[in-house]
Design a protein around this ligand. Structure first.
Ligand SMILES: [Zn+2]
Length: 569
């Protein structure tokens, strides 16, 4: 077939696979968009398209799917190229000055790094590159009940694995005494007060837009209560320092938010040095300002808090960084929420934060997703503010492109069925480990006994011709459920069913872990992990932890030595 016939066939198959049947006009338009010069002879082209479309629409569903699947990789590649072109890599930032741009990655060490964090930090790193600036690592750690050194270590390890580096590293909790001074300044100027209302009362009054009596305390009274607060004289939930904002403000964040509260848990880094801890709303502007941040990035869900951020720094007469925002990153049928993930772990539905179905960085690493694929994936959504949902499939497609060149091709047969071939005493088979990359070969010395995939075995009947991929041809002479007998029919390539195979003495038992989507209709997907047992050719026994392979006609997998399985990619 020439190139044009190939293209017509390919897009007709795609059109038919996507819409049930192919249409002349759609195929014609596609082919013309690829080569406008074909307009010269529209009549001939239309005739050719019509005949191919007719032929394809006459195919039965199975044949259509099979023919279509031959082009799967090409379509995947085209899809990725198109998506990359249309991605809005709009990395412009207002007020950024080349050479003096400084931002920070600000995780709270209360959980593991996930794909949402990766989006923030890769955008920040990209901006720092463009504006020749720097990214600091800032641990937002002022909630002793939730934070742990284990999470600090894990976040650093994951960031390093992603290939990230930071100009410096600092912790909010190392700056508490400075934050106390700032709080005192606000109290003295009448912009903050100590409130003894319960959290429930505060919540009710904030939504009702009314202030409490503590709002009218004198500055002196507030100062003395504040001293008691930081000296540990009150219990948790008894007292808070609140910003005196506007209880009628339309932006409800400005209705006297809490700036400090009492937490008596021992802090992983500061021990029992402090009991009054700043809230995120107080912490962030103060620390960003003193650390020289020029642009503080955060996701759009914090938008309403921007007014408070600016207001506090104005009142404290401190330098104001700019805030840059981007949309939250969501993966369809998966989750990043700590609470929901913990629930799955507690219920024993997933094995831990590194369960390969999750989108934490440790889970993606365990599954076999490469850092560069994660980077490309999260940067595609750019700095757009509109909510977008990406799919795991998109990430995996990028990953397959990243690992393709280095993944060895091997055979794996599911539900092995014995195949005895007459006419062979001993045959040496040498198979390339990759169709194009120079990855070497594997060689087997085979006799007359083989194992093939159940699907292939079921398709064979007495008289069928088939080819053991890369080896030789057979003709079936006897077929039962669990045993096939065939005769050797030479090595010349023929047009017949091409099968994967392993030979007696040259295979190992192996299992594949097929990973599907974590959630289905917002519930845990009970079929999100399926194990498949079978035989892999013995070359597989020499694979090392984290090696990726392509089991031909099944897909890409990562070998996990610890779990003794192959995770689907
Ligand atoms: Zn009150």
């Amino acid at each position: 077939m020439d190139d044009l016939s190939q293209a017509i066939r390919k897009y007709a198959l795609k059109n038919a696979a996507e819409h049930g049947s192919a249409r002349d006009s759609a195929v014609l338009a596609k082919v013309l968009s690829l080569d406008p010069s074909l307009k010269k002879d529209m009549k001939a082209l239309a005739t050719q398209v019509a005949s191919v479309v007719k032929e394809i629409n006459a195919m039965d569903k199975g044949a259509l799917q099979k023919a279509y699947s031959e082009y799967k990789e090409e379509f995947e590649k085209e899809h990725l190229e198109k998506a990359a072109k249309s991605a809005s890599h709009n990395f412009y930032v207002e007020g950024a000055v080349e050479g003096s741009f400084k931002t920070r990655f600000a995780p709270e060490p209360s959980g593991y790094m996930h794909i949402g964090h990766a989006k923030a930090v890769f955008i920040e790193t990209e901006l720092a590159r463009i504006y020749r600036g720097s990214v600091s690592l800032y641990f937002d750690d002022t909630n002793p009940a939730k934070e742990r050194q284990e999470f600090v270590d894990a976040l650093k390890k994951d960031a390093k694995w992603l290939g990230l580096s930071f100009s410096d590293e600092y912790y909010a909790s190392d700056n508490i005494s400075y934050e106390y001074k700032c709080a005192e300044k606000l109290i003295k100027k009448g912009h903050a007060y100590v409130c003894f209302c319960s959290a429930d009362t505060i919540g009710e009054k904030r939504s009702g837009g009314e202030g409490c009596g503590h709002r009218n305390q004198t500055e002196d009274a507030n100062l003395s209560f504040w001293k008691n607060m930081i000296n540990g004289e009150y219990g948790e939930n008894q007292v808070s320092l609140r910003f005196k904002g506007d209880m009628k403000a339309l932006n409800t964040v400005m209705r006297d938010p809490v700036l400090f509260r009492i937490k008596k848990d021992v802090h992983y880094r500061q021990g029992d040095k402090y009991v009054a801890w700043p809230s995120y709303d107080f912490n962030t502007p103060v620390i960003d300002s003193i650390k020289g941040i020029t642009h503080a990035a955060r996701s759009k869900e914090y938008e309403l808090r921007d007014e408070l951020y600016d207001k506090l720094l104005d009142l404290l007469e401190m330098r104001k960084p700019r805030i840059i925002e981007f949309s939250r990153f969501e993966i369809a049928n998966n989750m990043t929420s700590k609470r929901n993930t913990n629930k799955l772990i507690e219920d024993g539905l997933v094995s831990g934060y590194d369960d390969p179905r999750l989108v934490t960085i440790t889970a993606l690493r365990k599954r076999g997703v490469r850092p560069e694929a994660i980077r490309d994936f999260v940067l595609r959504s750019g700095m757009g503010k509109s909510e977008s949902r990406s799919s795991m499939e998109e990430l995996l497609a990028l990953n397959r492109r990243a690992i393709d060149e280095s993944s060895k091709r091997l055979f794996f047969v599911r539900e092995p069925v014995r195949l005895e071939v007459a006419g062979i005493d001993k045959i040496e088979v040498k198979l390339p480990l990759h169709p194009s990359a120079e990855l070497g070969h594997r060689e087997y010395s085979c006799s007359g006994v083989y194992y093939i995939d159940r699907n292939d075995a079921d398709a064979l009947e007495v008289g069928s011709m088939a080819r053991l991929k890369g080896a030789f041809n057979i003709r079936v002479i006897e077929a039962s459920d669990n045993l096939l007998r065939a005769e050797y029919k030479g090595t010349e390539k023929i047009d017949a069913l091409i099968m994967q195979w392993v030979s007696e003495g040259n295979f190992v038992q192996a299992n594949l872990t097929l990973i599907g989507e974590l959630l289905k209709d917002d519930e845990f997907n009970r079929n999100s992990m399926v194990k498949v047992n079978g035989y892999a050719e013995s070359y597989a026994s020499g694979l090392k932890d984290n090696d990726t392979v392509q089991f031909e006609r099944i897909g890409f997998f990562k070998f996990d030595a610890k779990d003794g399985t192959f995770f689907s990619l």
